[in-house]
Design a protein around this ligand. Structure first.
Ligand code: G1P
Length: 907
């Protein structure tokens, strides 16, 4: 069925959609920093929770969105009509909506609020239902129901709020659902229903619970009674979408003060009957709260309990989000695109607060954040926030182990790493590479080279040898900090942390002298590659990083520093004057690595030696060169039809996986992305890669290049991904993250038009509601039917924003200086020839406006002149790329406008 697209209503991301309930799998996030995390579907299904252990509403997965009848409901008995739910969640309405359009329904939503309007056609009763989570310290979702009589006869109504209270851990859905209902202590408060379970139920470690789950309501008059227990509300044989408590108008309610124990709880609130004359309205406010310790329901009622307070909290929340997202704004010729980007900008923040858990598709994980996601989301956070980001990155480095791997359990706060008590011995071989990307962006933004020299601790637990061995001497009570033999905490510079991450990778090679895949790389589903699987794709990223590290050592040397102190056990990894290490020998590499692992198995001697930065740089560059040449020599696959591409992987048995086989062409996108991005591929190879990707991976039905071709047979020699049907998720979907990184790589190699085609292709697909069926934003991937999957929580958002700012607009830092190197196409400039970005840089709010009055295309313009706050900025030379030194920027006022005038290249 063709349904309408969502339409933007203002420049702040507000959109509307008629009949949202006609599309499945839709959900909208509602969240605040205090920890309330909720989602709502067009039927107001979806859950609300503070963490894995504290679900106020029943946990839902995507498939429950159209099954569950346990979401938020608000019923109205209209005299003479069948019972009506303002959320559409009644058996009668759902049946009717499939045969005829019974209600008029529309959605308006913005940052971050959700308003559904539903009109009961026969009576003219209209319900406007707004949900949001206030940007305050309260763990609460607010819901306002405004009933208005738009008809011409007076209506007698009986309103009943009905929200089942799950009130316990998500684990208890399958782990003793019934038994845990016996813990529920239920009280009817004068304004609603409170549930305080006696215990947090987890076999072996039950704990006393201190949280209270509350559904509170206010209306024109106080509630007249309550339905505190599900089974009483639905009645024997009833259901939540046809409950006896509503259908039977005379159902008996409980008075305030009622206490019940040991049942599934219901936030059922009966309000007094009301007569609405034509044109009249009444407002009801519901508060869905999770109260900690001493928090009281009265506090919530006093803060949000009236329409005025609700409005004030809504306005505050709207400006909170607007301010937060205003720090990075793009204005191109396409207002829909500009507005869509506001939602992309929201996504890294959502992932910072939710990790990869807690939205309906993300029905895994228990909160916390993954290592690579932590670093990559920080890319966008760096572009949007300033101030404490450096401290946050610094704290994250405390998760690195001396063997180059990192803590797997990462808590909610920076630097909060936990020992892995479940003994999940997994190492993702790409993990060591991401911190340098983010650190480099930070250094470029700030010029804060001192950051590299700050000392930081290392993480320690029972795992050693990159999880291939166990440190039997480690005991939990020793804590999670690496110590020296004498018991001191061992610390090293951030530079040392980065070196350890890269050296332990460089030496950790398989039979083809490429870095071992270990338990997976970026593609989590390549998880069966031990013992001999190798990730050529990420070897390329490490190669690029080794060069960056070498360059940073030279920059440090340039500051006059000359030497740095390094952990002594690292020395055998370098080819300094007195010793040579053989890059070509797999055996030599493995032996050196094994000796190093032994040295850091438990406590370390902790001796440090001074190393010349120039020698370090030379060695790192040699390693990078060696890998580059080796990748070009041994991993390039020539195609029978000319051109070719890079092999990305070897499987567990050491077999190359890509190439032209008898009846299949096997190719991965990852194999091309980092070889392109990091300068491994020469220009001619980049040309061939572009052609091969277009031929074998690009699919207009899904809006971009897929992750891989169909390898045909499920292989158990590389990972679960080959068990997935092709075209889904990590097996060949258009996976936004990798596709956006591909675009980024193309820009880095000067393939501007092709890079934009990838970004635009993704945008065009995902904003097309008829194909993609998601609200504005970028989804994790697009399935073979074109549907956007796993919306909101995806690393592609950060990469999209960074690519747009750094590559398309060409605005980026260079160790503190600001580079302007626009790669905008004619189509990006609006009617006045302008393309604008607002961003934060060096503690200033910058509005950078590119003026291209003749709408020249990329390649035909250069920077002609610059004005800063309307004053011409004298630069000795203007070229395609123009650098503004940090000393100048530091003198600019906090809000600064930079006008960049583009002129014809020949002009
Ligand atoms: C998700 C995970 C990410 C992983 C990727 C591929 O991607 O969050 O860590 O690398 O799947 O397995 P995302 O949607 O975040 O881009």
């Amino acid at each position: 069925m063709n349904i309408n697209d969502w339409v933007f209503e203002d420049p702040h991301g507000t959109f509307s959609l008629s009949n949202p309930q006609a599309a499945s799998y839709l959900y909208f996030p509602l969240i605040n920093e205090a920890g309330m995390m909720a989602s709502v579907s067009p039927y107001l299904n979806g859950d609300a929770k503070a963490d894995q252990e504290s679900f106020l509403l029943l946990p839902v997965s995507a498939e429950d969105l159209h099954n569950s009848r346990s979401g938020r409901n608000f019923w109205v008995l209209i005299d003479g009509e069948t019972p009506w739910s303002v959320t559409g969640n009644s058996a009668g309405q759902i049946a009717a909506s499939l045969t005829r359009n019974q209600d008029d329904v529309s959605l308006r939503a913005g940052l971050l609020w959700h308003t559904l309007t539903r009109r009961h056609l026969a009576s003219g009763l209209e319900a406007v239902v707004t949900n949001f989570v206030p940007a305050t310290e309260d763990c609460v979702e607010l819901m306002q129901v405004k009933l208005r009589n738009t008809g011409d006869r007076s209506l007698r109504l009986t309103p009943t709020a009905a929200i089942p209270i799950f009130g316990r851990s998500a684990d208890n859905v399958r782990d003793h659902r019934h038994v845990t209902s016996l813990l529920q202590q239920i009280t009817c408060h004068p304004a609603g229903v409170l549930v305080r379970p006696t215990l947090i139920f987890a076999e072996g470690e039950h704990r006393i619970n201190t949280r209270t789950y509350a559904i509170l309501g206010t209306g024109p008059e106080a509630p007249v009674g309550f339905f505190p227990v599900v089974e009483d509300f639905i009645g024997e044989g009833g259901t939540l979408d046809w409950p006896s408590g509503v259908v039977n108008k005379h159902a008996v309610t409980c008075p305030a003060g009622t206490r019940l124990e040991g049942f599934e709880a219901m936030g059922g609130i009966r309000f007094a009957d009301v007569v609405l004359q034509p044109g009249e309205d009444r407002i009801y406010i519901l508060m869905l709260g999770i109260l900690d310790g001493e928090d009281t329901p009265e506090a919530l009622l006093n803060r949000y309990g009236s329409p005025k307070m609700f409005e004030a909290a809504l306005t505050e929340s709207q400006s909170f989000w607007r301010d937060k997202l205003d720090t990075l704004r793009f204005e191109t010729a396409n207002p829909r695109f500009n507005n869509w980007l506001r939602w992309v900008g929201l996504q890294p923040i959502l992932r910072k607060w939710m990790g990869n858990s807690f939205l309906p598709y993300h029905d895994y994980g228990r909160g916390g954040r993954g290592w690579r996601d932590l670093w990559q989301d920080s890319l966008a956070i760096l572009l949007m926030e300033e101030g404490s980001v450096g401290e946050t990155l610094y704290a994250h480095f405390g998760g690195v182990r001396l063997d180059g791997s990192n803590a797997t359990i990462i808590g909610a706060n920076p630097g909060d790493f936990k020992a892995d008590r479940n003994n999940i011995a997994r190492v993702w071989m790409d993990h060591g590479a991401w911190p340098l990307l983010t650190t480099k962006l930070y250094l470029d933004h700030t010029g804060d080279l001192e950051f590299l020299l700050r000392e930081q601790v290392y993480f320690k637990d029972q795992h050693s040898h990159r999880c291939m061995a166990v440190d039997e001497h480690w005991l939990e009570e020793q804590g999670t900090l690496q110590r020296t033999i004498v018991g001191d905490v061992y610390q090293g510079t951030i530079l040392e942390h980065l070196l350890i991450q890269h050296l332990t990778a460089f030496f950790n090679v398989g039979p083809h002298n490429m870095i071992l895949l270990e338990d997976a790389d970026w593609n989590d589903a390549l998880d069966m590659g031990r013992p001999d699987g190798e990730s050529v794709a990420f070897t390329a990223l490490y190669a690029g990083n080794l060069r960056v590290l070498g360059e940073l050592c030279l920059v440090l040397d340039g500051t006059g520093m000359k030497e740095t102190e390094l952990f002594e056990a690292l020395l055998p990894f370098f080819s300094f004057a007195d010793q040579k290490q053989d890059n070509a020998s797999v055996q030599d590499k493995r032996q050196r690595l094994d000796r190093y692992f032994e040295a850091v198995r438990h406590r370390v001697a902790g001796e440090k030696v001074p190393v010349k930065l120039t020698s370090l740089a030379k060695d790192l560059m040699e390693k990078a060169d060696w890998l580059t040449n080796e990748l070009r020599r041994a991993q390039w696959l020539s195609s029978s039809s000319g051109g070719g591409w890079f092999n990305g992987y070897y499987d567990a048995a050491g077999e190359r996986i890509e190439g032209e086989f008898v009846d299949t062409v096997r190719m991965t996108l990852a194999g091309q992305v980092f070889t392109t991005m990091c300068g491994i591929a020469n220009q001619e190879q980049v040309e061939s890669i572009v052609r091969s990707v277009d031929k074998h991976l690009y699919d207009s039905e899904v809006g971009g290049p897929r992750l891989n071709t169909d390898f045909g047979e499920p292989s158990s020699k590389l990972g679960r991904m080959f068990g997935f049907a092709h075209g889904h998720k990590e097996n060949g979907a258009m996976f936004s993250h990798m596709a956006v990184m591909y675009a980024n790589a193309l820009y880095k190699r000067g393939r501007v038009r092709e890079g934009w085609d990838v970004l635009e292709g993704i945008y065009k697909h995902v904003q097309d509601f008829n194909q993609c069926r998601i609200y504005p934003g970028i989804p994790e991937y697009v399935n073979p039917r074109g549907r956007g999957m796993y919306p909101y929580l995806t690393g592609s958002a950060a990469w999209f924003l960074m690519t747009l700012l750094n590559e398309v607009f060409g605005i980026r830092g260079e160790l503190g200086d600001l580079l302007l190197d626009p790669r905008l196409l004619a189509c990006h400039f609006d009617g006045d020839g302008k393309a604008t970005v607002k961003t934060r840089y060096a503690g200033k709010s910058l509005e950078i406006i590119y003026h291209n009055v003749d709408r020249l295309d990329f390649g035909d313009y250069r920077i002609g002149r610059l004005e800063v706050n309307l004053q011409a900025l004298k630069l000795s030379e203007y070229d395609q790329g123009t650098i503004i030194p940090r000393e100048q920027i530091d003198k600019w006022p906090p809000t600064t406008q930079v006008d960049v005038h583009l002129v014809p290249v020949s002009g």
